[in-house]
Design a protein. Structure first.
Length: 667
């Protein structure tokens, strides 16, 4: 037996064996399972995000694993496109091999079925009729037609066979579903941008990773206008125009040129009462040499613009280069700062006493909706804020978020400034108390005075005679005492209470550390209060009066803010005092000719599945034999699926024939 099998395989050509393998059910199911797994991965794992986002989310190890498997862009990965290609080939081979047989089965009534074969069917019955063979054939044909069957009659000398069938569409469903899979996969291959993958593998394109203007992007990182398929984004300020988009690709981007110009005439946002965005829309103008008149269209979310095979979606919004007026409050060095103008996304060099730094404003938002900490409202608009980086000459950058208006917390108002050194960190916020004019001027004067050693020494010398002996016994060398007090303030500013405690622990014997720490705390408190009084006197407050409730609360908050000021390790605080807001619209431009195949392919797939499951093929045969009078009848029937439903139909068919043929059961 094995010898005959081996010889039969050897007799087959390589082409035949290859077609048999490619068209096999096992191979097709394997490919479909692989596509299903890839689709699950593409659904669960967010696609086409910047690589740093994936590193933060998964860590360096798993990032490299997922990157090596192309899981960040599954639907355009080489392995997924190869699977789709083989699925197209496998399904096409299957169609090629089986379509002739399916079409033959649709046309075949199986009128040559043998009696013995029909007797083996589960549904069969034999009768004796009082009518002639001719009348029986007429009435059987009438019943079949009434039940929706098509039939043919094969007449022989001793018998006639009526072969009837309906539901041949179920066999067409087989062809429809397979053709639909081929069409959908071809559409996926087109939108998968196979030419781009080939260009990448042959080093004909190179990903750009630098943050440079589009005009400076080299040609090797620029895709031509006739690129078959892409999905890119571009941010266009109001009144500006662009003829390109940026495609996020691996760890960088590519520039895709467009054959037309997109101009943004106007951009607008509608807000809810809470300040959250309700809707946003853009008035666009398309300039193209093929157009006699520029095309004008307003787009919004879920209402894109279709033009010449391109689709332009409203995807986001952002800052379009707002002009910000910023007051610089030096935290180290100078006693007063200047006011500058800065534009979002345009670097500015700041000349500070501690050295030059580059200001990079990343974003500006005039409305910021956050959860209301008072609980009165669910959300609250806390006003404009801007996000920026301060970069040193060595390239090290610290990122900040500053708010223009103070926020209220526990009955007091504070200015928030957030800081982080890397994108992986959460912002750490520094609360600066707002003065009576809702500004930071009083706190900045207080902080500046705490950094002025000469002024502190004057305050200390003038305050020494007023110090109680229990707090700090008088000594002859008041210069030394004043120097000690100034040093205590410096330690407090440089490292907070923690630094003072560390100094005490390092130089004082353990049994006296508690006593000395308490003494230092009292001296520090009185000296800080004296400095604060100097700030108030500069504002015109009567030094002989007591502090009111607001000034007392401000002092406590200011001391708390100073105690952690060392964590805000930059030489300047940026205070937003005004702005000229300029909005920009975020557009997503796609070209996906494959969807013109995917949509009809999906429709054809639905039709095919419907035909296969809801149009089952059903057949019946009636053999009319015997003498010309009192004919002998044999009925047999079968269905391709839904046997329980067919039971009822067979019973109705049987009863109809009994009624029309006036028969007596013989078997």
């Amino acid at each position: 037996m094995s010898v005959s099998v081996d010889s039969s395989f050897r007799s087959l050509s390589v082409t035949t064996l290859l077609l048999r393998f490619l068209g096999s059910m096992n191979f097709a199911i394997t490919l479909l399972v692989a596509v299903a797994i890839a689709s699950i991965i593409g659904t669960v794992l967010q696609q086409n995000q910047p690589y740093p986002d994936y590193i933060l989310k998964f860590g360096p190890f798993w990032f490299e694993v997922f990157k090596s498997l192309d899981l960040f862009d599954v639907y355009s990965s080489v392995w997924f496109l190869v699977i789709l290609g083989f699925l197209v080939i496998s399904t096409t081979v299957c169609i090629y091999r089986n379509t002739p047989r399916v079409l033959k089965d649709i046309r075949d009534y199986k009128e040559s079925a043998q009696l013995n074969a029909l007797r083996r069917m589960s549904h069969h019955r034999e009768w004796q009729s009082h009518f002639s063979r001719e009348i029986c054939l007429e009435r059987i044909s009438a019943v079949a037609s009434a039940k929706g069957y098509r039939l043919i009659v094969k007449t022989e000398a001793k018998q006639s066979i009526v072969a009837a069938k309906k539901g041949s569409g179920s066999r067409l469903g087989y062809i429809f579903t397979h053709v639909a899979i081929v069409i959908i996969c071809i559409g996926g291959l087109i939108d998968g941008n196979v030419p781009l993958k080939i260009a990448e593998m042959t080093d004909n394109i190179r990903v750009e990773t630098r943050n440079i203007p589009a005009s400076e992007v080299p040609l090797i990182s620029t895709l031509p206008v006739d690129n078959l398929s892409f999905r890119g984004t571009v941010t266009i300020p109001e009144g500006q125009k662009a003829n390109l988009v940026f495609i996020d690709f691996k760890d960088g981007y590519l520039v895709q040129r467009l054959p037309f110009l997109i101009a943004v005439e106007d951009f607008r946002i509608d807000y809810y009462k809470t300040g959250q965005p309700k809707s946003f829309a853009s008035d666009l103008i398309i300039y193209d040499q093929a157009l006699d008149v520029p095309l004008r269209k307003t787009i919004s979310v879920n209402h894109p613009l279709e033009y010449n095979g391109y689709t332009i979606y409203q995807s986001s919004f952002g800052d379009g280069g707002s002009d910000l007026r910023i007051k610089l409050w030096p935290l180290k060095g100078a006693k007063r700062g200047d006011e500058i103008h800065a534009v979002v996304n345009t670097p500015v060099v700041l000349s500070l006493e501690t050295g030059d730094m580059t200001l990079e404003i990343l974003d500006f938002r005039p409305i910021n909706v956050n959860p209301d900490i008072t609980g009165v409202k669910q959300f609250k608009n806390i006003g404009p804020r801007f996000q920026y980086k301060l970069r040193t000459a060595t390239g090290e950058a610290t990122e900040f978020i500053n708010y223009m208006m103070p926020v209220e917390k526990e009955g007091a108002k504070y200015y928030l400034t957030g800081l982080r050194h890397t994108p992986a960190e959460e912002f750490r916020y520094w609360y600066l108390p707002a003065d009576s004019e809702d500004g930071v001027a009083r706190f900045m004067r207080f902080l500046t005075l705490l950094g002025d050693e000469e002024k502190l020494k004057e305050i200390a010398l003038s305050a020494l005679p007023q110090q109680p002996d229990s707090l700090l016994p008088m000594v002859e060398d008041q210069e030394l005492v004043a120097q000690f007090m100034v040093g205590l303030i410096k330690q407090f500013v440089d490292g907070g209470v923690g630094l003072i405690a560390a100094k005490v622990k390092a130089v004082v014997e353990p049994d006296k550390q508690s006593e000395i720490s308490a003494l230092y705390a009292k001296v520090l408190h009185h000296f800080l209060r004296n400095v604060y009084w100097v700030v108030l006197q500069e504002e015109g407050v009567d030094p002989t009066s007591d502090l009111n409730e607001f000034d007392e609360r401000f002092y406590e908050d200011a001391v708390a803010a100073v105690s952690i000021s060392h964590q805000y390790d930059v030489p300047v605080y940026l205070d937003l005092v005004g702005f000229d807001h300029k909005e920009a619209t975020g557009l997503q431009v796609t070209r996906s000719p494959g969807k013109m195949l995917v949509f009809p392919g999906c429709l054809l797939l639905v039709v095919g599945v419907f035909c296969m499951f809801y149009l089952p093929q059903r057949r019946f045969w009636v053999i009319v034999s015997g003498p010309l009078e009192n004919a002998q009848l044999f009925l047999a029937a079968q269905a391709s699926r839904n046997p329980y439903e067919f039971e009822q139909e067979y019973s109705e068919l049987e009863n109809a024939l009994l009624l029309q043929l006036d028969v007596e059961k013989t078997d």
